[in-house]
Design a binder for this molecule. Structure first.
Ligand code: EPU
Length: 431
């Protein structure tokens, strides 16, 4: 499917955030930890949630959806081998923890790399092995078993990986004894997952210096949980409002999830006002260049980088954006340049810090010279967040654009075309 976009409209009005993709998918998987029904409110109706539902159904869950309320019930684990999924994302690896914890066995498909780098899962596997699992890599799967159950241990993550932290937390909730995760990731989506698990009966403490302590319990119960709003959508819509010289109220945007983003936006010259029910974004003055690097929370998130790179094409001067989380996340640059942007990719670390990719020949820093006018073109989306940069670019460009492979955007943004049409965007979905 594709979008046909007529660019150059100022976007104005109000848009409401959906529930966070990167919490909803983990919570569905976490529901496998209990035999009781779970109700997830504010579950976005997006591709990644559909893929995760398929995974849970394969395991034995019954799932119903009423608007954005999803009920999921897994009275028994009927199948621990979830290798026959029709579509793939990164979520199946997270099923290892709950399946091992509940049945002592799991098999998941090999995930492989994707458009943003090799994305290894070594830290997930090492943590589960330290907890007592044996994991075998097979031709197209990982097979894991823990005949004597999982036990709590001290896990030192060499990088605060979101997924490895979540997998270890899920596995540890039902393990014997205490698990300590050092150098854990602390993203708001993880805190929301912890809140849900705590209500389910888990004992999880947050310590200083990125430590998380989990005391295993025997069983967990079903609860109702409302998923936090998607801060990646919030950042995308903020960039769209400012880049289009528009004025958009993002309902449910939460300041405490966006503090670093709001600082960067202010430095570049974007305006915002935090209100009780959301944040309004607009632009009055010209945008100016900045230097910035992505980081794990509470730093500037890697998923904000792509729409922000697009925003920097409209800022006066030379901006630096240094990606320190993924080694290969500038796939959108060539397309933006084809539309008229002036962006150069460097393999050295631009800016003030040297990151772990220094000297490894990954194109992970960019220099953006602006402002540059953008013209409409035909683009193909390769990755979800890069796709958002494409979409914003076409919305502010002169003339008509065609965006192919919008299924990637549908993985993470619910009804994005209709919601943007409500802001005045001229965007049509077609086959
Ligand atoms: N890493 C390893 N080994 C591991 C795990 C991670 O080397 O075992 C590396 C990765 O290759 C990467 C870095 O550690 O360089 C960070 O990866 P992390 O594990 O934190 O990311 P993730 O859990 O795979 C989630 C989100 C991403 C988001 C990142 C960072 C989900 C499903 N995905 O990925 O979101 O960018 O955290 O916040 O939660 C997206 O939504 O489009 C997306 C890619």
């Amino acid at each position: 499917m594709k979008f046909i976009v007529q660019g150059g409209k100022k976007l104005k009005g109000e848009i409401t955030l959906g529930g966070a993709k990167n919490a909803a998918t983990k919570m569905l998987v976490a529901s496998l930890l209990t035999s009781e029904p779970m109700v997830l409110r504010n579950t976005p109706n997006i591709g990644d949630v559909a893929i995760t539902q398929e995974l849970c159904e394969l395991v034995g869950s019954s799932i119903t959806r009423n608007k954005n309320i999803v009920t999921i019930h897994t009275p028994e684990i009927k199948n621990t081998r979830v290798i026959s999924l029709s579509r793939k994302n990164r979520i199946p690896v997270l099923a290892l923890g709950p399946l091992l914890a509940r049945t002592g066995e799991a098999e998941i498909p090999l995930l492989g790399g994707d458009k943003i780098g090799p994305r290894p899962i070594d830290m997930h596997l090492e943590a589960l092995k330290e907890m007592g699992a044996t994991i075998e890599k097979r031709e197209s799967s990982y097979y894991a078993h823990a005949k004597n159950g999982l036990r709590g241990v001290k896990i030192q993550l060499r990088y605060p990986s979101v997924g490895a932290t979540e997998n270890t937390i899920l596995a540890a909730t039902l393990a014997r004894g205490r698990t300590v995760i050092e150098n854990a990731a602390t993203e708001p989506e993880i805190i929301d997952l912890i809140k849900m698990l705590q209500n389910m009966g888990a004992i999880i403490e947050l310590g200083a210096n990125r430590a998380i302590y989990i005391d295993g319990v025997k069983t967990l119960r079903g609860v109702e949980h409302t998923i936090l709003p998607d801060r990646n959508e919030a950042a995308s819509f903020a960039c769209l409002a400012v880049a289009s010289r528009g004025d958009v109220f993002v309902r449910n945007a939460q300041q405490d999830h966006l503090i670093t983003f709001l600082n960067a936006l202010r430095k570049v010259g974007g305006e915002y006002k935090v209100e009780n029910t959301g944040i309004r974004f607009w632009k009055e003055k010209n945008l100016q260049s900045i230097e910035l690097e992505t980081d794990t929370h509470p730093g500037f998130m890697t998923d904000w980088q792509q729409p922000f790179a697009l925003l920097l094409t409209q800022a006066k001067g030379s901006s630096i954006l240094h990606e320190t989380v993924y080694e290969d996340r500038f796939g959108h640059v060539a397309d933006l340049n084809a539309m008229g942007a002036d962006i150069r990719v460097f393999s050295k670390c631009l800016g003030e810090i040297n990151c772990r990719f220094n000297g490894k020949n990954h194109g992970h820093s960019i220099l953006v010279n602006g402002p540059t006018a953008l013209r409409g073109t035909t683009l193909t989306i390769k990755d979800l967040r890069a796709g958002m940069a494409h979409l914003i670019a076409t919305l502010i460009a002169d003339g008509e654009s065609t965006i192919e492979n919008i299924e990637e955007l549908d993985r993470g943004y619910e009804n994005i075309d209709t919601r943007l049409q409500n802001l005045g965007a001229d965007i049509t979905r077609s086959i």
